[in-house]
Design a protein. Structure first.
Lengths: 468, 294
């Protein structure tokens, strides 16, 4: 995308961010801030902050964002309800959640486009809660890109520099560098209307980068792109962020973006934080049934637990005890990719195939378990028939219990259902396949054994990456 | 075969254009040509045939002091009404586009003058301007100032007419600006706020250029209106005193229907048409190219 030279140059620039800000004499407030921070810091430090700020580097400090019980209330219930989090310098933080969960409002409060009803927002050492957006040292990429339609790409990119009265030679120099960085050199004279969606996105990125603000906020920047372009831009944005060492808060409702780009994901619902964790923790240990159902595609199976003879059972399926009695009324969560499907003769939870959805690399089976429906993800294209019986198994550490209010319950004892550790399991799969084949079972005409490339080889771990 | 099909398409296209072309020809081009033709004659009185005099009417026009006074009046009128009403319209649109209490009411209040018929509006202003009982003079009286003969004083009359026109037109143009303002996405202002752009700077660098198509449209409309004024002169001044408020179209009317010099009226009309044609050409060639259309 860029030549090695431009790459190295940009890195150098970011490394010397602090001195750069100081030398840009016209960037008055930044120079001012740098100086003020440098002097005022020692007295202002609370012990807690001292701990947090291992580095006294001013540029690093400007990249830290701290929200302290921030609330935005238009009417009841509040759109954002007492949110607190702390973003470390250089972190890529995702605000994830369904529409209307307050994630965009939170971002806009950080940007200063909305005024917080209560709570404080700090950027670096400064309390920015009452500062106008332009004084916060942030740039932002909008969902609609917010490009100025009457200005050329070049004028769009340097718009902010002009506002900050950066002298012309420096403007040109920075434009050159940034255009190279986002691969827009050939389009500088065009109007936004003459660009493709992806190119417009790059212009928006370039405009954010050229300001050399240490913090970049992104509000669903990829949602107007088609799927393939989105994948590309995901990687590019992530690479840019790492290259430039920016702190990014990125709002999305797309869990794929959240999982693939974020160093940390803050999952929100109803104006509150549900879970604030790394992507893998969010996937492996969802804090609530909502978190469990929001991450993963298809989402985690959540089945209601009812009272059985010796413990909790899946509602309508009295034979297999899932967990201790206290779990009754709550939910059992298992990811579709963690479910093993075996023959009816194997140990496990009895189930019946409802239907199968073939997706290419894998197949999603819908299975009736008691009165509930669960999904299982199998590799390839296993041959299954609607209505055929099978048994489900999963390993204990891949199952999750949630209380009736949706909260995760790790204190409850889960009972083992047959797992792949069980010697029989591997055998079992092979048997369900051959049983499926058997003419007497009215099942399909093709055997898994004969089509090895489509075999759902359940004896092997399908998701080795998760066993870190 | 291909040529045949091609020709058929052309005929088809021509037929589609025909109704509009016919109407335009009958009501715009034919009268224009007839006017041009008429301007070359002297009017025939009492059934006598019109006498061809070539450019004599134009000669007369150039020597006609009243015409030049009227033309100057119209220029002053245009310069007085167009920039003021456009600036006022833009200002009002920016104001009512912002979040303010009773926004709908303010918008309606600004628009009300527009929905009044010209004659009715002129009658209202007659009351404002009346020398003895008029509102303005009454207000001046409260302040202890002597009244002004708003429509009777040749030095003030044209300005009084201009003020009334601005009052009437600004609300109308505001509606166009308001519509254009609302089509500007709010993120543009947010994006520029994030860069610390001042409101003033944002207006000149973003809002105003984006409103340019509207400004152009409004400008043309204002210009046409400036040349088209007849009705409120009837009520307010009848062109007086001493032609101080006489404008081109009213002068055309006077010549045609008061002095019954129809060919001279045609001559003035041709001159007006020429001026407007030049203005339209400038608009299409110069201003359009510099304007960003979305």
């Amino acid at each position: 995308m860029t030549s090695k030279h431009g790459y190295a140059h940009q890195r150098e620039c970011i490394k010397t961010n602090a001195s750069l800000f100081a030398t840009v004499g016209n960037d008055a407030w930044q120079g001012e801030m740098t100086r003020r921070n440098g002097r005022a810091m020692p007295q202002q430090h609370t012990p807690q902050q001292q701990e947090q700020h291992a580095t006294r580097d001013v540029a690093q400090n400007d990249k830290r964002i701290r929200l302290d019980t921030v609330t935005k209330r238009w009417d009841d219930p509040p759109a954002v309800d007492g949110i607190s989090f702390d973003v470390a310098p250089g972190q890529f933080v995702i605000l994830l959640g369904p529409s209307g969960c307050g994630k965009s409002t939170t971002l806009r409060m950080v940007a200063g486009l909305e005024q917080a009803s209560s709570g404080r927002i700090h950027i670096g050492e400064r309390d920015v809660t009452d500062l106008p957006p332009g004084d916060r040292g942030i740039s932002m990429v909008f969902q609609s890109y917010a490009l100025f339609p009457h200005l050329s790409v070049a004028d769009n990119i340097v718009f902010g520099l002009l506002s900050r009265k950066v002298p012309k030679p420096e403007r040109r120099q920075r434009l050159e560098r940034v255009a190279q960085l986002v691969d827009l050199e050939a389009y500088l004279d065009r109007k936004p209307a003459q660009l493709s969606g992806g190119q417009r996105q790059r212009v928006a990125l370039a405009r954010a980068i050229i300001s050399e603000h240490p913090i970049c906020l992104m509000d669903e920047p990829l949602s107007n792109l088609d799927a393939r372009l989105r994948g590309e831009m995901r990687r590019e944005i992530k690479a840019l962020q790492e290259r430039l060492g920016m702190t990014v808060i990125y709002v999305t409702h797309d869990q794929v973006e959240a999982m693939s780009m974020g160093d940390r994901v803050i999952l929100m619902q109803g104006g509150r934080i549900v879970q604030d964790d790394t992507p893998d923790a969010l996937y492996d240990r969802p804090a609530s049934a909502f978190a469990a159902s929001f991450i993963g595609s298809p989402a985690m199976n959540l089945v209601r637990l009812a009272a059985g003879a010796d413990g909790a059972i899946i509602e309508g399926e009295p034979h297999v005890m899932i967990a201790e009695h206290a779990a009754v009324g709550g939910m059992l969560g298992i990811r579709p990719e963690d479910i093993e499907v075996a023959t009816p003769a194997s140990p496990g939870v009895p189930a019946e195939v409802v239907d199968a959805e073939y997706l290419g690399a894998d197949t999603i089976l819908r299975l009736a378990v008691g009165s509930q429906v669960m999904r299982a993800r199998l590799a390839g294209k296993p041959v299954v028939t609607k209505g055929s019986a099978c048994r489900l198994a999963w390993s204990l550490d891949r199952s999750h219990l949630f209380a009736a209010d949706g909260q995760r319950r790790d204190d409850l004892t889960r009972f083992p259902v047959a797992t792949r550790d069980n010697a029989q399991a591997g055998e079992g799969v092979r048997r369900v396949a051959s049983r499926a084949l058997h003419p007497s079972n009215r099942i399909a005409d093709r055997g898994l054994d004969h089509t090895p490339d489509h075999t759902p080889d359940l004896t092997q771990d399908r998701n080795p990456s998760r066993h870190r | 075969m291909i040529q045949n099909a091609d020709r058929r398409m052309q005929v088809y296209g021509a037929l589609l254009l025909l109704p509009a072309a016919l109407l335009l020809a009958t009501f715009a081009y034919l009268p224009t040509v007839a006017t041009l033709f008429n301007s070359l004659f002297l009017p025939g009185f009492r059934g006598e045939p019109a006498e061809f005099v070539g450019l004599e009417n134009y000669q007369l026009l150039i020597e006609d002091d009243t015409f030049w006074q009227v033309a100057r009046n119209n220029l002053i009128y245009a310069l007085g009404t167009i920039p003021t009403s456009i600036a006022l319209a833009l200002g009002m649109a920016l104001f009512v586009n912002a979040r303010l209490p009773g926004r709908g009411f303010v918008r309606m209040a600004y628009f009300t003058p527009t929905i009044l018929p010209m004659i009715a509006a002129a009658n209202i202003w007659m009351f404002f301007y009346a020398p003895q009982i008029g509102l303005f003079n009454a207000m001046l009286g409260w302040l202890g100032l002597p009244g002004v003969n708003w429509l009777g004083d040749p030095n003030v009359a044209l300005a009084s007419v201009i003020v009334m026109t601005v009052w009437k037109e600004a609300g109308f143009f505001m509606i166009f600006y308001l519509a254009a303002l609302q089509s500007i996405p709010p993120e543009l202002e947010e994006a520029s706020n994030l860069e610390g752009t001042s409101r003033w700077s944002f207006f000149w660098r973003v809002t105003f250029p984006l409103l340019m198509p509207t400004t152009l449209f409004v400008l043309i409309n204002a210009l046409i209106n400036a040349v088209r004024v007849v009705d409120h002169l009837f009520i307010l001044t009848k062109g007086g005193p001493n032609n101080a408020t006489n404008l081109l179209l009213y002068y055309v009317y006077e010549n045609a229907f008061s002095f019954f010099d129809r060919t001279y009226a045609a001559t003035i009309t041709v001159v007006i048409l020429l001026v407007l044609a030049v203005v339209a050409t400038v608009k299409f060639t110069v201003l359009d190219r510099r304007t960003h259309y979305q």
